[in-house]
Every structure is written in C-alpha cells, then in structure tokens.
Design a protein around this ligand. Structure first.
Ligand code: ADP
Ligand code: ASP
Ligand code: MG
Length: 329
C-alpha cells in the first residue's frame, strides 16, 4: 500500500511534557520511533510559555515595558538554549536562532505598541500567544531534520480554519477538512512528517486565532478527523486519564479505557486534562484516542474508544469545578 493510502497517526505533545532540551529530544525520539507510518505531529508551546506570553502582554499594556522586555528576553534565551542543545551543525543552529530572534523582535514591537495604546484586544493577544506553539514546532521540525528525518513545518493557519472568536475560536470543520487534506496528504505521500503548531488557526479574514487554553488537544483531533487518522496519541505528563485530578486528590488510578462520550463529559465538566471540545471533531468519525505518559512511552495509558464499555464500575471518574462537582456515569 502506498504512503498516500495509509491512514496516518497523529501524535500531540503537550506543553506540560515539553519542559527543556531533554524533553524535546525525548519527543523527537518518540516521533522517530513511529516514523514507519505516515505521521502528523502537533506541538504545544513549551511548559509555561503561553502563561509567560500572556504575562508579557499584561505588563506591556499596564505600561511596564521594562518588565515585559525582560521577560521576553528570558523566554527568547530559553528557546535559544533548547535550539543550541538539540540541533547539530552551526548553520542549522544559526537558521533556527534567526527564526527565534524574528519572533521575539516582533513580540518586542508589539510590547511597545501596547504600551503606546494601552489597550489589549483578544485579537492582539492571539497574535502574541500563537508564537509559543510556532516556536516549539519550529524547534522540533529542525531537531527531526538534524536526525535526518524528513520533518516539515506546516503552519496551522494553512490547515485549521476557525471563526473570529479570538481567544476561543470555533473550528470550521468542513474548511479544515479540505485544507488539511490538500496541504498535508501530499506531504505524507512523500514520506515527510508534518509538524504542526497546536492551539492556533486562522479566521476567514486571515487573522491568527487561538482555540482556548489547552487547545492543542483540539488541533490534534481536528487534523485526525480531516486525515481519517488511524489513532491519536496525546502525550501528557500523567500516566493516562486518571480517576480524579492528581493535583487535588492524592490517590488516583489510571482509567484503562473509556467511551468518547465519557471522556467528553469529563473534559466538558472541568477535568483540566483534555480541552473541553477536543472530542467534538470525532463524534461522527470515531477513532481511538490514547492519552499516553510522555515519561513512560511503553505503558498503555488510557484508550478512549467505542471498543467496549466497562460495565462493572459505572462510576469512571470525578471531575470538579470550583462550585460544583459532577460524576461521570
Ligand atoms: P498537556 O500540556 O499535555 O495538554 P495539561 O496540563 O493540559 O497537559 O493536562 C495534564 C494535566 O491535567 C495533568 O498534569 C494533571 O495535573 C491534570 N489533570 C486534571 N484532571 C486530570 C485527570 N482526571 N486525569 C489526568 N490528569 C488530570
Ligand atoms: N499552549 C496552550 C496553553 O497553554 C495550548 C495547549 O497547551 O494546548 O493553553
Ligand atoms: Mg493541555
């Protein structure tokens, strides 16, 4: 069977896992180990980067330009350090450092602009925060090429179409299906791995949008739907979907398998492990989603699929919101 006809797999690496150069190397090794199949990779920003970018915007609009520029310089240095650590060869390093510099020069221009106008719109916020995912995808694509693997950066604005609700944009499924197929299928057919920044998309008039916090999960399922993927793997910093939030409950266990409807409810009612709308693109095109531990790639994690329904334990998991609690039955 040709690469073109084979169903790809989608791997999404969450920001919580991407902390430093060692983590980026580990992600690259995981991608390389799966490259026998057509592969699409979705990247979150590195850990803490989206929060830091939001903080920079807040400082700038409050007139704290020095503070914003200092934080911007710190973030730039963090990305440059990772680039230097994971890339080989002076010319490749220089090329990626130049891309990082361009991104932070643009950020610093925006910082000065925010200080001048003292107004921060959702549209401008999206321009600012979208660079986190773009930077990590740029780094991973370059790191793959350094391993002599054909990794091709595909900007999400070419494939993920949304409305213009900046900060929490709603995907246009039909347009995304068409664009993702047109852009990504030929590339997979050539044996290349598509590396796509998660979290962002493009509005009808061409502006960059974001899908809401945690939106890279949704990017992954949107692309999986469009490309009729075989499966989606969401690599996270937890052993799988747990019976409750490990930050609130000391003893939790991994749920081996649950139905997409149950996972959707868990996400929708506040479990901060999956984007609340991540299951929607796959409602009519079911495929298995695996929530997998980045730190322990050989362990099974959680399978979200229609394969079977566990009948013995009708209560699967608990999620909580500040003022109410729900149980998934
Ligand atoms: P990523 O960056 O990989 O998307 P997130 O931080 O968005 O990771 O989601 C993983 C985090 O979700 C975990 O670190 C964990 O603290 C939290 N979490 C909350 N509820 C659950 C749950 N039921 N199962 C697993 N993790 C949960
Ligand atoms: N980086 C974005 C966030 O922190 C999106 C994501 O991680 O999925 O919300
Ligand atoms: Mg997340």
């Amino acid at each position: 069977m040709t690469q073109r006809a084979r169903r790809p797999q989608v791997h999404k690496f969450g920001g919580a896992s991407l902390a430093d150069a060692a983590a980026v190397r580990h992600a690259v090794a995981l991608i390389v180990s799966h490259r026998a199949e057509p592969t699409v990779v979705v990247l979150s920003a590195m850990a803490g980067v989206t929060d830091a970018l939001l903080d920079i915007a807040k400082r700038a609009v409050a007139g704290n330009v020095a503070g914003a520029l200092k934080e911007s310089a710190r973030l730039r240095a963090r990305h440059v350090d990772v680039a230097r650590a994971v890339l080989r060869g002076a010319s490749q390093r220089a090329e990626v450092v130049r891309e990082i510099d361009e991104s932070f020069q643009e950020l610093d221009t925006l910082v000065r602009g925010l200080d001048a106008v003292r107004e921060l719109t959702a549209r401008t916020t999206d321009i600012i925060i979208a660079r986190g995912e773009r930077l990590s995808a740029t780094l991973v694509a370059a790191a793959l090429r350094a391993e002599r693997v054909k990794g091709r950066y595909v900007d999400a604005t070419r494939v993920i179409h949304t409305d213009d609700s900046f900060g929490s944009a709603t995907p246009d499924l039909a347009r995304t299906d068409r664009a993702a197929r047109a852009v990504i299928r030929p590339l997979l057919a050539r044996g290349e791995i598509a590396i796509v920044p998660g979290f962002l998309g493009v509005s009808l008039d061409g502006a960059v949008t974001t899908l809401g916090r945690g939106g890279s999960d949704l990017s992954a399922t949107l692309l999986a739907r469009a490309l009729n993927a075989r499966a989606v793997s969401l690599w996270k910093d937890v052993p799988g979907l747990l019976t409750s939030d490990p930050r609130l409950v000391p003893h939790t266990s991994v749920i081996a398998q649950l139905h997409p409807r149950e996972a959707a409810e868990l996400a929708y009612y506040g479990a901060k492990v999956l984007h609340p709308r991540a299951l929607i693109p796959l409602t009519r095109r079911p495929m298995p989603i695996f929530v997998r531990p980045f730190a322990d790639p050989d362990s099974a994690g959680t399978e979200v699929s229609t394969r079977r329904m566990e009948r013995r334990y009708p209560v699967k998991a608990l999620s909580s919101s500040a003022e109410l609690a729900m149980i998934t039955v």
